[in-house]
Design a binder for this molecule. Structure first.
Ligand code: CP
Length: 303
């Protein structure tokens, strides 16, 4: 398959191949070799219909480090604003001999739709509340780097599970690799089908933290939130926010993750986000090597 549309479409050996390829690229970057010639004849368009800092920059850097030609497209500054459709937009870009499209879109399934209608390799950089596969890959890669393995580890994902593509992709990726997964958050932000994904549900944050080796803290997705989804931010922080006092009261040191952007003081305090328990910036660093691996492996099927 010439696409990465979701973790749902991968198997465990796909993930291991991506990680081994990412190990190679990380080692190359660590030797201060910031550019390899692998994709000199490949052109990639990054098409973002939703805001992004990390994913957009990380993909662009990964593509440039592989020597691909890169086009950056931001929907808010484009003819999408004049009514041009997604397929017309992408087909116009592809007619300029683009080989691969990295797309973020607010509609769940937008990447799947695009893959059916255009002739290019598609990477999903986040589609609404559906999947964010490269985020889940870099998250698992970072757990593997920190703890040696993902298999057998207890991972809790805390927060707005209902609206989170990071949560869904992480659940698929972690389960494929043999991790034990629980989710923790307000009942109103928990999907009804959650237990059918084979994860445990723990409503009590302390109990969840006592159980886990890794806590992946998510923000409330206010942009996807309906007013009926209580609690208030203050109530949320009291029940589901991590702070140093809570972590220090546990009898072990757990690993703290966050995909970003962080709402400091809401789901995580600064003294936790910036502590030595936190691997948040390692996640961002690893994102470049993991995305290089994904692009490289997909491009090898184009060439
Ligand atoms: N983690 C993540 O997707 O961040 P951005 O929205 O900034 O890309």
């Amino acid at each position: 398959v010439n696409h990465l549309l979701g973790i749902k479409y991968l198997n465990e050996s796909d993930i291991q191949l991506i990680f081994e390829t990412a190990d190679h690229f990380k080692e190359v970057i660590n030797r201060s070799i910031k550019k390899v010639p692998s994709l000199r004849d490949i052109t990639i368009a990054n098409i973002f219909f939703e805001n992004s800092t990390r994913t957009k920059l990380s993909f662009e850097l990964a593509e440039k480090r592989l020597s691909a030609d890169v086009l950056n497209f931001s929907a808010s500054q484009s003819s999408v604003k004049k009514g041009e459709t997604l397929i017309d937009t992408v087909n116009n870009i592809l007619s300029m001999k683009v080989d691969m499209v990295v797309m973020r879109h607010s509609n769940p399934g937008a990447g799947i739709f695009l893959a059916k209608h255009v002739k290019a390799s598609i990477i999903n950089a986040g589609d609404g509340a559906h999947e964010h596969p490269t985020q889940a890959l870099l998250d698992s890669y970072s757990i593997r780097e920190k703890l040696g393995d993902v298999a057998g580890k207890n991972v809790v994902i805390v927060g707005d599970i209902l609206h989170s593509r990071v949560a869904l992709s992480n659940i698929f990726a972690l389960k494929l690799q043999g991790a034990n997964v629980k989710v923790c958050g307000p009942k109103t932000l928990m999907p009804k089908y959650i237990e059918s994904l084979g994860v445990g549900v723990e409503m009590n944050l302390r109990k969840a933290l006592e159980w886990c080796d890794v806590a992946n803290m998510l923000r409330i997705q206010n942009e996807r939130l309906d007013i009926s989804y209580f609690p208030t931010t203050r109530e949320y922080t009291q029940q589901f926010g991590v702070n140093k006092k809570l972590l220090d009261s546990l009898d072990k040191e757990i690993v703290i993750m966050h995909p970003g952007p962080i709402n400091r003081g809401v789901e995580i305090t600064s003294d936790v986000a910036d502590s030595k328990q936190s691997i948040i910036l390692n996640q961002v660093e690893n994102g470049v090597a993991v995305r290089m691996a994904v692009i490289y492996l997909l491009a090898s099927k184009i060439k």
